[in-house]
Ligand binder design. Structure first.
Ligand code: PEP
Ligand code: MN
Length: 265
């Protein structure tokens, strides 16, 4: 599928990177310039944040969307940002190139229905306790209501393991690539919960046939208002991209072999 002039789910490996939340113009512009230089094609950043406490930062809303838009003008990166409510779909679609549905909203059916007619591709995150079938049913909702451009996102699930924030279900990628034609993106940041594990999970995502990554990056993670522990610094993101290169080259040569790894035989 296409978002702007970027093809997602084809030969190209697509990297979406940026802060968990839009905090300020400086923070977003610095991040955007840096991740673009490192090879990302799409800028992420939440202007509407689903927070587990009402006392946490809830996002800058429209002001945040405007900052993302400015970063797009400056860098040429496309913008992906979360939409939490069907009443915000129009305003988010005015500024975003791709609409993100968060893990907590995967079964917000009023939202999914409305995204059927939003005119933008939708990245649908797997719910924390959702099976792959649940995820695909939610994707079908968006498609059934008129929007075929759905991107699936594995971001880790809740298990009994506590060493990582969530458990990266690595098999989800080849399974989804086998049973569905939709692109599959991996978010290693929310799976890991700590920045030290993000590059290795990203590498695993390439090798199992993911179509791209969604990665949290912050110019000063220690000052981030959300998800600082799992955000890469700008320099760490650079290194991660350089380190991924040989795997991406291999993916080009053996792309079909990676993708076929999920075949049922
Ligand atoms: C996010 O991408 O910052 C986010 C809130 O992710 P998730 O919905 O996967 O928890
Ligand atoms: Mn986050």
């Amino acid at each position: 599928m296409r978002a702007g002039d970027i093809a997602i789910g084809g030969d190209e490996f697509v990297v979406m990177a940026g802060p968990c939340a839009v905090e300020s113009e400086r923070q977003v512009l610095d991040t955007a310039v840096s991740v673009a230089k490192a090879g990302a094609q799409i800028l992420r950043g939440g202007a509407y944040k689903p927070r587990s406490s009402p006392y946490s930062f809830q996002g800058l809303g429209v002001e945040g969307l405007k900052i993302l838009s400015k970063a797009r003008e400056l860098t040429g990166l496309l913008v992906i940002t979360e939409v939490m409510s069907e009443t915000d779909v129009d305003v988010v679609a005015d500024y975003a190139d791709i609409m993100q549905v968060g893990a907590r909203s995967m079964e917000n059916f009023a939202l999914l229905e409305r995204l059927g007619t939003c005119g933008r591709p939708v990245l649908l995150k797997r719910g924390m306790t959702a099976t792959l079938e649940d995820l695909l049913r939610s994707a079908q909702f968006i498609v059934a209501y008129g929007n075929p451009d759905v991107i699936l996102c594995e971001r880790g699930i809740r298990t009994f393991e506590t060493a990582t924030r969530n458990t990266f279900d690595v098999a989800a990628v080849p399974v989804l690539k086998t049973v569905s034609h939709l692109p599959v993106i991996v978010d290693p940041s929310h799976a890991a919960g700590v920045r030290s594990l993000v590059p290795v999970l990203a590498r695993a995502a390439v090798v199992v046939g993911a179509d791209g990554l969604l990665v949290e990056v912050h110019p000063q993670p220690e000052k981030a208002v959300s998800d600082g522990e799992q955000s890469l610094t700008l320099a760490q993101f650079d290194s991660m991209m350089v380190d991924l290169d040989p795997y991406l080259d291999l993916r080009k040569v053996a792309g079909m072999a990676f993708a076929a790894a999920g075949g049922n035989d």
